[in-house]
Write a protein that binds this ligand. Structure first.
Ligand SMILES: C[S@@+](CC[C@H](N)C(=O)[O-])C[C@H]1O[C@@H](n2cnc3c(N)ncnc32)[C@H](O)[C@@H]1O
Length: 376
């Protein structure tokens, strides 16, 4: 049975594992940022297509020990890469060295593996696929741990958070898989009203709507595996049609997004339209400090500005203070804020029930949960 690895963003590994278990594949090994599983190719395609949390899926096909560059070159060359691509296609090789003993220079490792693949094609076909570092048909990942070399192929291509519904115009947009995880951490379910009062490009609400409508995360995009010679196209198209048959946008939802900027909100609406959920979200230009919510009891999940990317610190302190005041004034809320600045979240003057460490790009964040006006 082929071995695959689901690569997980920081802090989301448990959700990745839950998805794999729900798909009924055999989880064989867990690392901090990856879960290895055995399954047939169709299930691996399905995971690529449907995962809301993973970053990418790799096919882990070769492991060997190497004590010199010949070991690296010849062991790589023994594997038949013509199973995946032809001479008229393209490839690239990336290498990462962890605790390198013989090999410390990742560029050298990548170059040796690239030479082994190119030479294999030249010897067999007198021709070879070109290297394309931008959009290759086959991307080979090499991992060196001490003297152990592991090679894998990237089934995903573009990272899986790129669902293709966003134009990157909003300020500091969240990655789609991180946004989906906030819903999961907050235990949000489609019956609960959900508000994002500083919604930017609308990622959190769009992910909520697509989840509720059972729109597969990868519905609008394609994947690297579709360009390989071993792609099981008819079988996958049949399975994909079965998955897509579950899409139901005729769902009752109460999703409400606001932002102070009309232009940003316009962008959010366009994103929602491309995402196929335009009808499922209400939008309103509104300053969070004068917030007038259409509900008196809702889950609020938001990613307010923090000084590291946008906004001036003293103005932002006032924003956090006024947000808390607006919520305390009326209603009952389950508030979840993704904050990248402890000094700002202190201004809420609320006691966090949970603090979950996450990463927004390379910014260390906390997802903070505050029950507001809830009976204790
Ligand atoms: C970090 S961005 C949110 C990004 C969003 N989660 C996304 O994925 O696109 C913060 C947003 O808060 C908005 N904002 C700033 N001050 C605001 C205020 N006083 N009231 C409402 N929205 C505000 C900004 O316009 C910006 O779009």
């Amino acid at each position: 049975m082929p071995l695959f690895a689901a690569v997980s963003p920081y802090g989301l590994r448990d959700f990745v594992e839950e998805e794999l278990i729900a798909l009924d594949v055999k989880v064989v090994k867990k690392e901090e940022r990856a879960i290895y599983f055995q399954s047939n190719w169709l299930k691996a395609y399905e995971y690529n297509y449907t995962s809301r949390f993973a970053s990418r899926v790799l096919y882990s096909f070769l492991d060997f020990a190497a004590y010199n560059e010949e070991d690296l070159y010849f062991n790589t060359k023994k594997h038949d890469f013509a199973k995946y691509i032809g001479c008229d296609q393209t490839f690239k090789v990336d290498a990462k060295v962890f605790h390198g003993t013989t090999f410390r220079d990742q560029r050298f490792v990548a170059l040796k593996v690239k030479d082994a693949i190119a030479d294999q094609f030249k010897e067999k076909f007198s021709s070879r696929p070109n290297v394309d570092t931008e959009n290759p048909d086959m991307s080979v990942h090499v991992r060196v741990y001490k003297n152990q070399i592991s090679l894998s192929l990237d089934l995903s291509g573009k990272a899986l958070h790129e669902r293709s519904y966003k134009k990157r115009l909003g300020e500091a947009p969240l990655k789609e898989n991180l946004a989906a995880s906030l819903l999961r951490f907050a235990n949000w379910s489609p019956e609960q009203p959900l508000v994002d009062p500083m919604c930017g490009g609308g990622t959190i609400l769009i992910e909520a709507a697509r989840w509720a409508a059972q729109i597969p995360a990868g519905h609008l995009r394609d994947f690297a595996f579709q360009r390989w010679k071993n792609y099981q196209q008819p079988e996958w198209e049949k399975r994909k049609a079965e998955i897509d048959a579950n899409i139901n946008t005729d769902v009752e939802l109460s999703l409400w997004g606001a932002d102070i900027s009309g232009q940003v909100l316009e962008n959010a609406k366009q994103n929602a339209k491309r995402a196929g959920v335009a009808e499922l979200i209400h939008w309103q230009v509104q300053d969070v400090e004068k917030m007038d919510l259409p509900h008196s009891n809702a889950t609020i999940i938001s990613n307010p500005p923090y000084a590291k990317r946008i906004g001036d610190k003293s103005e932002l302190k006032a924003l956090y203070k006024n947000l808390a005041a607006a919520l305390k004034a009326k209603g009952t809320w389950d508030l979840w804020l993704l904050s990248g600045d402890a000094e700002l979240s202190k201004e809420l003057r609320l006691k966090a029930k949970q603090k979950i460490p996450l990463k927004n790009g390379n910014i260390d964040c906390r997802l903070l949960n505050y029950p507001v006006n809830q009976p204790s």
